[in-house]
Design a protein. Structure first.
Length: 58
């Protein structure tokens, strides 16, 4: 799972760098939005795992 998320993160970073080099403001904004959205999803999933792992919290 970590390898897949690392590759996805690297892809978004490469996409962002390419947009910046091309001075593509809209493309850069979309790349950032994808990255932030994915990070938020990851945090929520980790919170769910933690809740189920700790009796009395869920």
């Amino acid at each position: 799972m970590q390898d897949r998320s690392r590759r996805r993160r690297e892809f978004h970073h490469c996409e962002l760098i390419a947009c910046i080099k091309a001075q593509d403001v809209e493309g850069a904004a979309q790349a950032i939005a994808k990255h932030v959205g994915g990070s938020g999803h990851h945090i929520i999933e980790r919170m769910r795992v933690s809740r189920h792992a700790m009796p009395g919290l869920g």
